[in-house]
Design a protein around this ligand. Sequence first.
Ligand code: BES
Ligand code: MN
Ligand code: ZN
Length: 498
Amino acid sequence: MSFSIEVLQEELTDVKGDVLLVCFFNEELKGGRFEEVDALVGGALSAMVSNKDFVGKKNQVSVLPSLKPTKVKRVCVIGLGDRKNITSGIYFDAMSRACIVSQRHKAVSYVVFSDVKLEKKLKSHHYAGLTTKALAMSTYHFDKYVTNKEAKLVDPVSLVFVGVDDKKQVAAGASRALSIASSANWSRDLGNHPAGDMTPKSLAEDVKRMCKGTAVKVRVLDEEKMKSLGMGAILGVSQGSVEEAQMVIMEYKGGKKDDAPIIFCGKGITFDSGGISIKPSSKMDEMKFDMLGAAAVAGGVHAIAKLGLKVNVVGVLACAENMPGSSALRPGDILTALNKKTIEVLNTDAEGRLVLADALSYVGRYKPKYVVDFATLTGACIVALGMHYAGFFTQDKNVKKVMEKATLNSGDLVWQLPLGEEYTAHIKSKVADVKNIGRRGQAGASSAAAFLQEFTDYPWGHVDMANAWSMADGPTLHCGASGFGVHLIVSLATLETL
Ligand code: BES
Ligand code: MN
Ligand code: ZN
């Protein structure tokens, strides 16, 4: 997915396009800009306003046909609500809705006419970035396996900004955003593929293919290599599957040679059947998305490299398939992770923490500045937070601080949940160092985080991605993988360059 971006100085009546997007604040429906747009639709906008059919209320979107000789086919007016309450989130959501509505009208060439001085809080490059991100992320859809062309949605081809005065800033903000959003959409593609076609090996291959020609060096540890290193935890998860586990390592050196890297680890379970502790069949299909932590890390590191950020970054994707079978891990089995800790496996469905145990142990060798892992780790996190926020866990002050900034900058929302010795007590085993489940019905997301903590010896945070996918189309995103985490990872890396 990609589209061209242009910033034009033309008169509104001269620009061509399938749709012209214009935002208005609540009850601010008068003046020069309003009249200019009203003229394109022959007064239909002011008629709507006097009928109270369009009042500029937050998320209100209406599409109007425009008149000749105007060269845009239609005008989409978008409400932003009260001027005093505007945030980048509100602007982004409203714009995303408008793009999805326009896509339904088969629009592929978009023109945006918004006075960036609408609001002091939105600087030009920021405004242009949000606009571009909204178009790229909201119109993304996965229809690779649909053969009926008529049933397919259209992709945007071009985005034109008009009525802006700092052309350079707008162009720079838009192109940076498109770069990140296309990595995020690649990450969504990885997740949306069915598990039969997105095995640990094909995931590793796709990462290699995408990183060709970038400054990211990709290495893959196969099962033989993992065995010789002593990664007994990920191998335990993988032993019931005919698909070979892969530990994918992405290294990007944009910073000074000796700068400690920041590291992102991702859970890459390409299919989670639960193993011998098998899941119920309803919704089991959704477990093709159980690799979205790994996909977020892949997309994030890919984007960081494209932007050429001056920071050292490592991404580690712990990829395996969790299947039942005669060679599968059994409840009660004891595994030894890379850091030599032993794990009593009481539920083979708590497999994400096992593959991450080895990934987190492995990255210690880089002497990282900090490590954050991304994982679709627990159903309990969804129960706690719903789909709006991801759970975030850390006991490190700096990791907490950078995460708070990055979540605001990226729009990828996280909410902190508790971690500490209270929860470490839940994972004590009588026969091994730790067990892989906590107490029934109690703080499942926190005991999972406490388990991961056992494999870290550096500043560390954990993101439990409750909101990584949706099975239903939403007003701002189509169904499937959401791309959550990619922007957050880029924002974390960006903070290291400021
Ligand atoms: N991948 C799942 C968690 C999950 C399930 C995320 C559904 C999103 C939607 C994970 O591997 C898992 O099965 N976790 C178990 C842990 C339990 C056995 C301790 C869970 O949450 O039920
Ligand atoms: Mn599981
Ligand atoms: Zn899982």
